[in-house]
Design a protein around this ligand. Structure first.
Ligand code: RRO
Length: 312
């Protein structure tokens, strides 16, 4: 039996459902080109701000026993750089390109979105409502009123379909409240769940020290640690959202976790920590493992099992 890994959603055609999580291998043209040249089904830029940013002091990423911790602090080349990349990109021949936007203020987001709107490119925006690493700046996604306000201003300026990157939620009441906010915006067509689990602390026992410099060692957690939280967020938003796609992100390092995200309802799946550690070769490996797992289970397409998680 031939296995078909392709997925088409919101006019985007992906040969397979895998791409990079925003933040990993996507700050420079060279990195983006490397994802484009890999077996990934799409690519997304680093979250951008109005002006270029150096980010937080190093060390700001560390591998941890079961994943990673980061407090990058939004280092990026400024939105104009990613807009130029998108303008020069071969949208016809190349794989789908997503652009992540994460302004330091609502006004900044509106200005960047207006520029992407005016460029009228065939790329989907992922508005980041969940950076955990800016000292003194809370994650917007944890404030439902603020999220609603941001989105109501965004849709006045940006009329095309777009998505948001959400932080992880941990309580059924919060899933329901955020889903209700998101459901009131028809042009919000997808959500990416989850950003890193914010403000964790990894300790090195030998040195009795934190492992990253910013914020006293606190940072966003990714990798194996976050898989069950990511799956719960994919599942709950898949159940609660009307007519929106859910993109899974969190703890994907083989075909098995990719399958689990899709079983929970994900349309496509992003890879963060594993991509950082293994490089772009991870995409071909995970793709082939997913195909082998589907073959073994007798599934010919992703739609055959998407969202079909069994409950007891
Ligand atoms: O740059 C970062 O520190 C960062 C961002 Br914007 C984000 O959304 N998630 C994350 O784990 N790190």
């Amino acid at each position: 039996m031939a296995v078909d890994l392709s997925v088409s959603w919101l006019g985007v055609n992906m040969e397979n459902p895998l791409y990079n999580a925003s933040g990993v291998m996507c700050r420079s043209r060279e990195e983006l080109d490397a994802v484009a040249a890999s077996a990934a089904g799409a690519l997304i830029t680093k979250s951008c701000t109005l002006l270029p940013r150096e980010g937080n002091p190093e060390p700001r990423y560390a591998k941890a026993p079961h994943g990673s911790i980061n407090s990058m602090g939004l280092p990026n080349a400024g939105y104009q750089y990613y807009l130029d990349y998108a303008k020069a990109y071969d949208h016809q021949g190349g794989k789908p390109l997503f652009v992540s936007v994460s302004g330091m203020s609502l006004e900044d987001n509106l200005e960047m979105l207006a520029a992407f709107r005016d460029a009228d490119l065939p790329c989907l925006v992922e508005l980041n409502l969940s950076c955990p690493n800016l000292p003194g700046k809370p994650q917007i996604g944890y404030d439902f009123e603020a999220s609603s306000h941001v989105l109501s201003e965004v849709v006045k300026v940006y009329h095309k379909p777009f998505g948001v990157k959400l932080p992880p939620y941990f309580d059924p009441v919060h899933f329901a409240e955020m889903a209700s906010v998101l459901n009131s915006f028809p042009s919000l067509k997808y959500v990416t769940c989850i950003n890193s689990v914010g403000n964790g602390l990894v300790i090195d026992l030998d040195s009795e020290s934190v492992v990253i410099k910013p914020k006293g060692g606190l940072g966003g957690i990714g990798g194996d640690y976050v898989l069950p939280t990511a799956l719960a967020n994919v599942r709950e938003f898949y159940r609660l959202l009307d007519d929106k796609h859910v993109i899974g992100c969190g703890g994907v390092k083989s075909g098995r976790e990719a399958f689990m995200h899709i079983l929970a309802g994900a349309t496509a799946v992003q890879v963060g920590t594993c991509l950082y550690e293994e490089g772009a070769a991870c995409f071909a490996r995970i793709r082939d493992e997913l195909a082998a797992l589907m073959q073994q289970k007798g599934y010919a397409t992703l739609a055959d099992f998407r969202g079909k998680l069994k409950t007891m």
